[in-house]
Design a protein around this ligand. Sequence first.
Ligand code: PEP
Ligand code: MG
Length: 574
Amino acid sequence: MSKRITGIAASDGIGIAKVYRLVDPDLSFEKHVITDVNAELARITQAMVASTNELKVIRQKAAENLGEEEAAVFDAHIAILADPEMISQIKSVITDKKLNAEEALKEVTDHFITIFEEMTDNQYMQERAADVKDVTKRVLSHLLGKSLPNPALIDSPVVVIAHDLTPSDTAQMDRKFVKGFLTDLGGRTSHSAIMSRTLEIPAVVGAGDATTEVQDGDSLILNGLDGFALVNPTAGEKAKYQAEADHYAQERAEWQKLKNAASVSKDGRHFEVAANIGTPDDVQAAVDAGAEAVGLFRTEFLYMNSDRLPSEDEQFTAYKQVVQSMNGKPVVIRTMDIGGDKHLPYLPLPEEMNPFLGYRAIRISLDRQEIFRTQLRALIRASHYGEIRIMFPMIATVNEFREAKKVFTEEEAKLVAAGVPVAEKIKLGMMVEIPASAVFADQFAKEVDFFSIGTNDLIQYTFAADRGNEHVSYLYQPYNPALLRLIKNVIDAAHREGKIAAMCGEMAGDKYAVPLLMGMGLDEYSMSATSVLRVRSQMKSLVTTDWAKVVEQAITQCRTNEEVKSLVEKHLQA
Ligand code: PEP
Ligand code: MG
């Protein structure tokens, strides 16, 4: 009998493979006085040689699979292990203080780490501190006879199990071998979940204790469609889910036929199905998926993938590349949304009790205007090369929008005066992701060119439930009538003023939400590129006027998320 682990379905698809646990072993040890100095010196030397040899293999693999740039970090690690100053200090602690090798290593490396970390204005040295930490971990693991996970060495099909995933973990993996992700933490809209969808790797997140329930050597079925994993499946289960995986692959092949088609409902109403991107590299996936626009470019990833604030020219090049790749189709670019769970190592933010309710997004942009103005100038310059629309994240008040618009207008005027070619009209919109702006949409609609509803945040703020916290993930309730009323209010308000209502949160690609949103007349649906063709295919089978009636019933007669979901299921089957 297999063991079942349930979590949250975060990225579609089914992966069947051996487990790869991306979990650090316990590296704790006792400090003690030694009697045999030579034996201890031999231990530390051996551990350092073994670490160096291991890093050389990892470096080689990383260069082959991922390229020289990703491999270079391991050169820095190898260089640290060869540092004569550090080696001699570790040996002195063993010889003079008669301490065990683990303690000598820790004392000396802690000292270096502190010195580097204190150089707060020197980004390079701060990164070296992180490198020394990594190297210390590796040498300790050898001293303690434990092995560290090395994602760069994955060279056969695996499902990766981790407490949580970071972009630097996934950067080290050769994606063709990664058949799935299973994580202890996270919700459907946590950034690790969004990343899995961008990478098109099936994922289940928020699975509680998966990392302790699954052992190396286990095999696993990871079902990212329904949100569970089966540990050590039987032959019968393997056959069943392999068939489901094959069926899903066939369905995807069917959807491919719609790549160049318009997104039209059964009763002939046209909608726009767009893709969300995080970096200019993602735009190809949007084009390949036949997206009619980029509905959300999360520009903060440009900042997060850099070791300093990206310059105006660097940003200009990135934005220009994206609009040009979209070949005349609109690209909605959101200004920097840092804060919450997204941080920049080089832009220290205040320690906050509630970062999601704190200094983030437009609040930072309006406060640190030099950063905001640089970004706006880059965007305005890039507008000459295609259709750029700009939107501001986390707008809570009309004054915030007005202030952001004023800064935009000033920068635009300066560029025009300097003779820089810019688009005649750049549409300015706002994300509706704070309940106050959803409630007050009728007034906002008079000032903006478009709305884009950010349901990931709108749901977290409406139900007061942290989007990344699996303990409250039951409050991610996209069909709850309270939320549907807010969304309908926004769409109706936009339409009364002749403005576009878009949605770029994950709900826009949800198969039970799409019919309701069509019934409400939402104009644009922006989602992970992998969902674009599925949604276009679904739209073909739906009659918007029928769904308008279902919406009415949902928001006036249903009281719970589950009731609305059942109502939708019933009508989808009819
Ligand atoms: C949202 O909040 O719905 C959204 C699209 O933005 P992000 O997920 O980047 O916060
Ligand atoms: Mg948001």
